[in-house]
Write a protein that binds this ligand. Structure first.
Ligand SMILES: Cc1ncc(COP(=O)(O)O)c(C=O)c1O
Length: 416
């Protein structure tokens, strides 16, 4: 079966956060603006998912969903097929999204003012859910070693506070696209054991991994520490079902799982939404071929974005992504300050991207570009970026010039 990822899908006017919420969230409101921010894709879901939804819709009766465990079996089967990890379906607790799952974990296993360790820059949802729950974030900056992030355990050991209870580990990492190695994951698990920390492994990007890399499930790599490991995952990122907003929290330890289940029940979340369950189960059962076709398409987009940005914007440094469809580009070498960079991207190129600062310390000079879109649209975005930075490429700007031709421009430049 072939899948057409080039098929354009007009998402404007569809309650799409990415397209209809772009102006509000990124400040980029031009009628022809291109959305490259929030992490969902512009592709239709796998045909098997569309079919399952149609069948459900056509039935016309949308009563309460019977949670008979088939959803958990489908997730466990997927994890076994794709990652060699087969959790007991009984250990998987459905939650209304991975971020809500993280919130419930915080409520079950920490107290207000406790600290949660995050390796920054990191997915901004971590910060939001930690602070919304009255916990404190401990940002441990990643070390950028020749364009590749690594965790700094020495730094963490010396800065860890006695209030630290939990680590939110993003695997693969967003942003930066690292696929962590066995040694790195084991070192983290051992660190958590030595410091009595709960290791929460957010593996929502587990399937979006490129040639030459293999995602390793934290619990599978460090099974002797399973009593302090929780895995959070979902079908929603892999199959572009973000709006279904359902995922699984996998807790092998019986006592911990019961504690977590109580928080879920207390919040009235034990009853599950019909359509979300149908969509995500169909994806896990029948989505293999679609994903196998999607990955090379995304990989070509990844390479195109990195090559064109590095060539068209002197001094920019796209990080080499081992996973995810979220291009992560450092603009510190361009000589422009971040305000000028964002002005060019948002106002000149009319691209709604994600500013790096929201990913925490270490992200300030970076911008994240979601490239999970039709190739033609990506090329259009890259052409616009070339144009928006063309004066840099031509070396036309001299120190003291403003960043754009507008007479009112107050943005000074710091390069010659
Ligand atoms: C690492 C990570 N976790 C969680 C999420 C969101 O999960 P959900 O939509 O299920 O809350 C994202 C979305 O980009 C993410 O990158």
């Amino acid at each position: 079966m072939t899948f057409d990822f080039d098929e354009p899908v007009d998402r404007r006017g569809t309650h799409s956060s990415k397209w209809d919420g772009m102006e509000k969230r990124t400040g980029v409101g031009a009628p022809d603006a291109i959305a490259m921010w929030v992490a969902d894709m512009d592709f239709k879901a796998p045909p098997a998912v569309l079919e399952a939804v149609r069948e459900e819709a056509e039935r016309g009766v949308y009563g309460y969903y019977n949670a008979d465990g088939s959803w958990q079996e489908a997730m466990s089967g997927w994890l076994k097929r794709r990652h060699g990890y087969e959790p007991d379906p009984e250990h998987i607790i459905p939650v209304p999204g991975v971020v809500p799952g993280l919130g419930l974990i915080l409520q079950a296993f920490s107290e207000p003012d406790d600290e949660v360790v995050v390796f920054s820059p990191a997915y901004h949802g971590f910060n939001s859910i930690i602070t919304a729950n009255g916990r404190r974030i401990h940002n441990q900056p990643l070390i950028n070693e020749q364009g590749r992030y690594r965790m700094d355990f020495e730094g963490l050991a010396s800065s860890l506070s006695p209030r630290a209870r939990i680590v939110f580990f993003c695997s693969p990492h967003n942003p930066g696209g690292r696929v962590w190695t066995r040694e790195e994951i084991r070192e983290l698990a051992e660190f958590c054991e030595a410091n009595d920390l709960l290791l929460v492994s957010d593996e929502i990007h587990q399937d979006l991994v490129f040639t030459g890399n293999k995602h390793l499930v934290t619990e599978a790599v460090a099974p002797e520490f399973a009593h302090r490991i929780i895995t959070c995952t979902a079908a929603t990122k892999t199959f572009n079902l973000a709006g279904a907003h359902y995922g699984g929290v996998i807790i092998p330890d019986d006592a911990m799982r019961e504690k977590f289940r109580k928080v879920v029940n207390r919040s009235g979340l034990a009853s599950l939404p019909l359509f979300s369950m149908v969509l995500t189960e169909a994806a896990h059962r029948h989505g293999d071929a679609w994903l196998d076709a999607l990955l090379p398409y995304l990989e070509t987009n990844r390479d195109l974005l990195a090559e064109r940005i590095a060539k068209g914007i002197p001094g920019s440094r796209p990080m080499h992504l081992e996973a995810t469809y979220l291009g992560w580009v450092d603009f510190s070498g361009t000589g422009l300050d971040q305000e000028a960079v964002l002005d060019r991207i948002g106002n000149r190129a009319r691209i709604g991207a994600s500013t790096g600062a929201q990913f925490g310390p270490g992200g300030e000079s970076w911008v994240r570009f979601n490239f999970a879109t039709q190739r033609k649209l990506l090329v259009e975005a890259l052409d616009r970026l070339d144009e928006a930075f063309s004066d840099l490429a031509k070396g036309l700007i001299a120190e003291g010039n403003s960043c754009c031709s507008a007479e009112s421009c107050q943005v000074p430049l710091r390069f010659g």
